[in-house]
Design a protein around this ligand. Structure first.
Ligand code: SAM
Ligand code: FES
Length: 349
């Protein structure tokens, strides 16, 4: 039964709500392994067992937003706030380039301290020093004009998870001053401007249902993202969702595989949250169809402060250690890390 659904999803690159439910509810190990193997086949055909690394630079944990799930939300008075200077960011990028990264992801809370000119100047400086590297921004919701400035400065990718495409669900995860409409507007603007654009969700976020995940898939099909970031929701002790159940690893892996079947060429990370929820989560993610890893490049001194959820891994190691560890893990499961920039296969400059 499940096998025929999996085949049908693979061939049609589409899924019904009933099919989605049937797959997400699978518990039988053989059926799950069949799904993973199908997703792996699709990934391997396109990416030839190559895994792309992105050096993640968490440059500020100040945020003006108050998302109920997030450990660095502005209401969390226990968060120990930090901001990295231009110089510190550039030093991290230099170290990243030295150890072989060709993509830097500048991620942070929505921190008005870094105005557009500062962001553009950081992007330009990174590109000047590391000509062959790609810069990804993940700094939240901005105006179209701001996004255009970042693009002109040389940033070529942008990550902005939509979090959920269901209006009611969105309202349960965010305060009233945030809107799904604006989130979607941002994603459409980013794509239209020419960014390789990433959306995504947390798996098992409070109030999520099969129906909301189905809406997420419909939204993704309409948007046509280049990247999709999904990882399990993990609760943080200082948020309104402190007592909520964490997302399931099994469901995250199943959804990764479904996304791979639906979007064969998409860039799909095995996230740090997946590695936090399960010690072998990132390996399992790759074996379920993921093809990107995002090792932490932030200075060790600030890593524990960028705590989106409890128990986050890789907060004590130097960048080079994380890099070596991940490369070994990838080799162990029969894949290898590539030195390429890892653009979306259809992306043209
Ligand atoms: N401010 C930027 C934004 O809004 O896109 C980037 C930073 S934000 C912290 C990055 C992502 O972390 C969010 O899109 C969210 O999906 C994820 N995240 C936040 N809290 C989380 C939690 N408790 N468990 C798992 N993922 C979480
Ligand atoms: Fe702003 Fe999480 S609430 S980054």
């Amino acid at each position: 039964m499940e096998k025929s659904i999996i085949q049908s999803v693979r061939q049609s690159k589409d899924i019904s709500l009933e099919q989605l439910k049937a797959l997400l509810e699978m518990t039988d190990e053989d059926s799950k392994e069949y799904l993973f193997s199908q997703a792996r086949e699709v990934t391997d055909d396109i990416f030839h067992r190559e895994i792309y690394l992105r050096g993640l630079l968490e440059f500020t944990n100040y945020c003006k937003n108050d998302c109920y799930y997030c450990g660095i939300r502005c209401s969390n008075k226990n968060a120990d706030r930090y901001r990295l200077s231009d110089e510190e960011i550039l030093l991290c990028a230099d170290e990243g380039a030295r150890i072989g990264f060709r993509t830097f992801v500048l991620q942070g809370g929505e921190d008005p301290y870094y105005d557009d000119e500062m962001i553009c100047s950081i992007v330009r400086k990174i590109k000047e020093r590391h000509l062959s590297c790609a810069v990804t921004l993940s700094i939240g919701e901005k105006s179209r004009e701001s996004y255009e400035k970042y693009f002109k400065a040389g940033a070529e990718r942008y990550l902005l998870r939509h979090e959920t495409a269901d209006q009611e669900h969105y309202g349960k995860l965010h305060p009233e001053n945030m809107s799904l409409e604006n989130r979607k507007r941002c994603l459409r603007d980013l794509k239209d401007i020419g960014f390789q654009t990433g959306c995504g969700i947390m798996v098992g976020s409070p109030y999520q249902t099969f129906e909301t995940i189905f809406e997420d898939i419909k939204f993704m099909q309409e948007l046509g993202p280049h990247m999709i970031g999904i990882g399990p929701f993990i609760s943080h002790r200082d948020t309104p969702f402190c007592d909520e159940e964490n997302g399931s690893v099994s469901m995250t892996l199943i959804l990764l595989s479904i996304l791979r079947l639906l979007f064969p060429k998409v860039l799909l990370p095995a996230t740090t949250a997946l590695g936090t929820a399960d010690a072998l989560g990132r390996e399992k993610g790759i074996l379920a169809g993921a093809n990107v890893l995002m090792p932490n490049l932030s200075p060790v001194g600030v890593r524990k402060k960028y705590l989106l959820y409890d128990g986050k891994i890789c907060t004590g190691e130097e960048a080079a250690e994380c890099n070596n560890c991940l490369r070994r893990r990838v080799e162990r499961i029969g894949y290898h890390v590539t030195d390429g920039r890892g653009d979306h296969p259809d992306y043209t400059f």
